[in-house]
Design a protein around this ligand. Structure first.
Ligand code: VGL
Ligand code: ZN
Length: 209
């Protein structure tokens, strides 16, 4: 059972969004092609889905600015602009993403007290979203991960997938992903590779990899 996990392909992470990833929208046609022609049995999309007073928002920390570090729930936390607030346009999937083909939406980041980059569990690794049980229940043995942003939610989701489901072949689809910081993307790819996650392109997948 082969599954495609589309991470946070939301307006908030595309041009014009509150936490825009450079050229984030460029992943949309690649994702749609993978959905249509990648041979997947299952398509899952994660959705960053924050309450308006989420603790990762700089607006909740008087005197602090986005992209500064603070401590949240005892852990280092990067502060972000308010983004992907539940029910807002920023939180909607990109309008051109083929959401009709998505079998399951996994929301995350709903707890004000902890951030959740990963689609599988909160950053403190305590609360699970249920996605690993869902995929295991479906008999997924290959999981292709792509989307936004490579150096945050895509990396965290791929690493957690491998850590929580060691028997699953987890693969990162590079050209269907974009990152916030180029150096962070390099590190993310190295970390994923070191964890046993294969680095592929959509061309590899479409050719039958
Ligand atoms: C993300 C920062 C904050 C992401 C989500 O989707 O990569 N990054 N929230
Ligand atoms: Zn977020």
């Amino acid at each position: 059972m082969k599954c495609l996990l589309l991470v946070d392909i939301q307006n908030g992470f595309c041009s014009g969004g509150n936490l825009a990833v450079p050229n984030g929208e460029d992943v949309v046609p690649v994702a749609n092609r993978l959905i249509a022609e990648g041979g997947y049995d299952l398509v899952v999309a994660s959705q960053d889905w924050h309450p308006g007073d989420h603790g990762s928002f700089a607006s909740q920390h008087p005197g602090r600015s986005p992209f500064e570090m603070v401590t949240l729930g005892g852990k280092p936390q990067m502060l972000w602009p308010d983004h992907c607030v539940q029910g807002s346009r920023d939180a909607d999937f990109h309008p051109e993403l083929n959401t009709a083909a998505v079998d399951h939406v996994q929301r995350k980041g709903e707890d004000v007290a902890v951030d959740s980059y990963s689609a599988f569990r909160d950053n403190d690794q305590t609360a699970l979203t249920g996605l690993s049980d869902y995929l295991t229940g479906k008999g997924v043995d290959t999981l292709d991960v792509c989307g936004l942003a490579t150096d945050y939610c895509v990396k965290a989701s791929a690493l957690d997938a491998k850590a929580m489901m060691p028997d699953v072949d987890v693969r990162f689809i590079a050209d269907a992903s974009r990152g916030i910081d180029p150096a962070g993307v390099e590190t993310a790819i190295a970390e994923m590779n070191a964890a046993g996650i294969r680095i592929l392109t959509s061309k590899d997948v479409l050719a039958g990899a």
